[in-house]
Design a protein around this ligand. Structure first.
Ligand code: MG
Length: 466
């Protein structure tokens, strides 16, 4: 197969399609750059279940050994487990081999710093500079890197989760919940059923063989969860759970077999945690406004950040938040580690359900009701997208000066906020598209907000020359 495209280099690492845009050379080069970046010290390496992950692992090990690093390989693990181990083992950084929710043919590597968090902008710039200039600190023959394997990563992660102050294991055990877990043949295939059994649940496993042959999309969208929904209702289970490929996300299916998007995972968990500990909450600008209502009910502050886990984590540290996350189903639990953690989310949702004594449908009905819409508009180039967002901002500022009821929030792109609805336009960081997200009390109103916004953008595009 010819190499046709370039891999995507983003804030967290590098991703591409195996055999076309991503190969062993670029991975080895990046691993050498990272080994140089950490000064040839200790690096934790772990991988998801993809069939290409062993190949990437060897490339990563080569690059790290060449720069004199001591590698602690934690094996096939969810991304949150790998990041947790980097912190627990006091490594100087970690490389996670995964393409998260991307299609099965994709793979990639993600870097984290000594803290177990994603790299900061300064750190990314430095790593990028080493990679671009090939300024590698190669170790001589007598100082090559070494390998150590660590088998107990999952056990350590489970121990941390089960020690959570918000978890009442006896209460959960007494409710004897029946649960279907769909790990999508990804990295959560082993640990999540184990956790559920530790919590005394009756467990039905679906797609829990971590062989990298994904029997559904690695992204747990409602459409991808047909089989899970059917099994939940046919088996009269209390709840269904689904992970993405590297299990940093969790989405839910109600006892009636209705799939819920990731906004619900975060909303339920925020309500659970605030019921136990009052403190600040952090979410992105495009996360559901259910969170505004929930945090107001609990009398605490909600901080909103740019879209991306790194921004949420940074803000959580800054305000010492008790919980945070994204509407994709990625929730961050400071008591375990500052990274999105789909495994801990299982424990939190089980706790929330057990405490309620009711059904998932009832939990949904007890929440403020909004509908979200997500659209995207293809733009000729990223440069045009930037100009278009600027042009739209000028229009909305003029409207605001004329006294309309919306408030403009420029945290990420342009978000227009009313009392009970909002619409956000943002350009993508990786492709020439503008994303339009809206939320309103009814789906018709949310649809209308998206439609009006697309119309404004389309009109403005005709006025931009490119
Ligand atoms: Mg993921």
């Amino acid at each position: 197969m010819r190499k046709t495209e370039k891999p995507i280099i983003s804030v967290s690492g590098i991703r591409g399609e195996i055999g076309t845009s991503l190969d062993v050379r670029v991975i080895t080069q990046f691993a050498m750059a990272f080994g140089t970046f950490v000064g040839g010290k200790t690096v934790v390496v772990g991988r998801d279940s993809r069939t290409s992950s062993p190949m990437l692992r060897h490339a990563v090990l080569s690059g790290l050994f060449a720069t004199g690093c001591h590698v602690i390989d934690v094996g096939l693990c969810p991304t949150p487990t790998i990041l947790l181990m980097a912190k627990a083992l006091r490594a100087h950084g970690s490389i996670t081999i995964t393409a998260s929710h991307n299609p099965v043919a994709w793979n990639g590597i993600e870097f984290a710093a000594a803290s177990g968090n994603l790299l900061t902008q300064t750190e990314r710039d430095e790593l990028g500079r080493i990679y671009e200039t090939e300024d590698f600190s190669l170790a001589p023959w007598d100082a090559q890197g070494t390998l150590e394997t660590h088998e107990a990563a999952a056990a350590y992660h489970l121990e941390q989760i089960l020690g959570s102050p918000w978890l009442e294991i006896d209460l959960i055990k007494s409710t004897r919940l029946k649960v279907v877990i769909d790990a999508g043949n990804g990295a959560g295939s082993v640990i999540s059923p184990l956790l559920l059994r530790e919590l005394g649940c009756e467990v039905i496993e679906l797609n829990c063989v971590a062989d990298g042959h994904f029997r559904r999309s690695a992204e747990p969208t409602p459409e991808a969860l047909d089989e899970l929904c059917q099994i939940v209702s046919a088996s009269e289970a209390d709840i269904g759970f689904a992970h993405d490929g590297d299990a940093d996300r969790l989405v839910l299916v109600t006892e009636r077999g209705v799939p819920l998007n990731g906004e619900w995972t975060l909303a339920f968990v925020v309500d659970l945690i605030l019921g136990k500990t009052k403190g600040d909450v952090v979410a992105t600008v495009s996360t559901s406004r259910m969170l505004d209502d929930i945090t107001a009910n609990h009398g605490v502050t909600l901080h909103r950040t740019k879209v991306g886990v790194g921004w949420v984590v940074e803000k959580m540290h800054e305000v010492n938040a008790v919980i945070g996350g994204e509407g994709t189903g990625g929730v961050i639990y400071p008591n375990v580690h500052h990274t999105t953690d789909g495994i801990t989310s299982i424990a939190a949702i089980i706790e929330y359900l057990a405490e309620s004594g009711g059904t998932v449908t009832q939990l949904v009905e007890n929440m403020p009701q909004y509908q979200m819409r997500r659209k995207k508009l293809e733009i000729p180039s990223q440069e045009v997208a930037t100009r278009l967002v600027d042009a739209a901002l000028a229009v909305y500022e003029k409207e605001q000066n004329a006294g309309t009821a919306s408030i403009l929030d420029l945290t990420d792109g342009v978000k227009r906020v009313w009392d009970d609805r909002w619409v956000n336009i943002r350009k993508s960081g990786t492709e020439p598209v503008i994303r339009i997200f809206s939320e309103a009390p009814t789906s018709e109103e949310a649809e209308q907000l998206c439609y009006e916004t697309i119309e404004t953008l389309t009109t403005l595009m005709k006025q931009i020359s490119y």
